[in-house]
Design a binder for this molecule. Sequence first.
Ligand code: HEM
Ligand SMILES: *[C@@H]1O[C@H](CO)[C@@H](O)[C@H](O)[C@H]1NC(C)=O
Ligand SMILES: *[C@@H]1O[C@H](CO)[C@@H](O)[C@H](O)[C@H]1NC(C)=O
Length: 494
Amino acid sequence: MELAGAVTFFLVIYVFCLAIITAKRKLSQKGRLPPGPIPLPLIGNFLQIKSSETVKSLLKLSEKYGPVFTVYFGTRPVVVLCGHQAVKEALIDKADEFSGRITNPTLERTFDGYGVVFANGERWKQLRRFSLTVLRDFGMGKKSIQERIQEEAQFLLEEFRKTKEKPFDPTYFLSRAVSNVICSIVFGDRFDYEDKEFQSLMEMMNNSFREASTAWAQLYDMYVNILKYFPGPHTKIYDILEDMKSFIAKKIQKNKETFDPDFPRDFIDCFLIQMEKEKDKLSSEFNDTNLLITTLNLFFAGTETVSSTLRYGFLFLMKYPEVQAKMHEEIDRVIGRNRAPNIEDRTQMPYTDAAIHEVQRFSDLIPMDLTHMVIRDTEFRGYMIPKGTEIYPMLTSALHDPTMFKRPFAFSPENFLDENGRFKKNEAFVPFSSGKRICAGEALARMELFLFFTTVLQSFELKPLIPPEDIDTTPQESGFANIPPFYQLSIVAR
Ligand code: HEM
Ligand SMILES: *[C@@H]1O[C@H](CO)[C@@H](O)[C@H](O)[C@H]1NC(C)=O
Ligand SMILES: *[C@@H]1O[C@H](CO)[C@@H](O)[C@H](O)[C@H]1NC(C)=O
């Protein structure tokens, strides 16, 4: 009897403790994440998500679990947002909550939370406000950003003429031109295309972007906890980025030696002025670390993005010659052949504007956006997403949303035109994302796309080497970015 009493007493205590522990766990697990496929320990939803086809796998899961669902990359939960409505409800209607950034593990070692792209909190706010001001053409001295692009577009034409209508791969031409625009903004001047320093910079950019889009890199980012002990793409990308850093550090040093605060020449000079202004401020974000990393960010963010879009655009214009012909017609009518295009022409050129929008929509450059995170516990569609949870806004699903576009899966500038041929805005046009983290280079990128496309088409016709209907526009690599396939074309004077 004594013994039975003791056992009962012990059992009661045990059950009581268990109940407390369970309740505590429930409390600390305060989030109520959206539903999703059941994750396995350690590998999460590895079986449902092919790392070589992340985008496809996630879109497929959304057919089953709806527009908002949770998947586990290893042990990390990620909330995926699909379709225009869900993306907008997060990035616009709850802009502040969803404005956080998580660095992808491949890049974390290099960026370490510095620089405008991967910073959070006060650091991000300061650097973003500053970058926007400079990129919107304030404070950079005599030469406007438009003039820098127009100048580069002329150099590009010259290179195209040298091909003498022979077939070539435009990749190299376009990336040099676009890189030079960033060089001009950041370092004050363009490089000669044959410059050795410039060529090594180009090579570093090329390699890093390609490496970051491979299946290997995707796999690494998902399963970093397991894979970080193995050598792989992350070590390669790290090395390339360190080389770029030292390249930029040298340039910054040169600027410092010749710096005159009354005559800022470029982005770096503007940053140095801001450093001067805030040198007595204890918690200033304007110091050498953020200068170096923000400059590196601009190269990373502003080069392959624009040049891949141009490269994709050329391919679409060859596959759909009727679109190219209409752009030719509009350019001849509005600009003529005797002067360089400028950005004011755009308002008079609804067809070209629509065609460029369609190029961006259809090339779907960054299908899953850069990774966001919620900066506090956030209620969303009846769920509770805990602070720090990773968010994937599936831009690709907004850009192809059948409720928002007449012809979501066709290449058709009519998606951006009304019945009278006027340009028609569309809320679901989000290649630059939307909300507080929207691309800080949007204005610059759109200016570059307009000026490069119109300047090239004003003088040339883009000719494919195979019949248009045989052109395959499937991306050569589709991960973080959709990289257009390799192709050749010939460029023929008009
Ligand atoms: C066609 C060209 C481009 C596309 C499609 C593009 C797209 C994007 C996207 C999707 C993001 C992430 C937004 C988000 O987190 O929700 C982004 C961020 C950013 N982009 Fe671009 N971009 C382009 C060109 C440029 C250019 C030319 C620059 C300037 C040099 C630039 C600078 C930035 C910066 C600084 C950010 C980080 C913004 C932040 O985190 O606050 N981008 N871009
Ligand atoms: C970029 O890299 C690829 C493969 O690594 C190479 O084939 C290509 O020529 C490079 N392009 C440039 C512009 O360096
Ligand atoms: C810049 O400021 C941050 C803190 O805001 C600090 O961690 C970093 O070391 C500073 N870098 C330099 C070079 O002073």
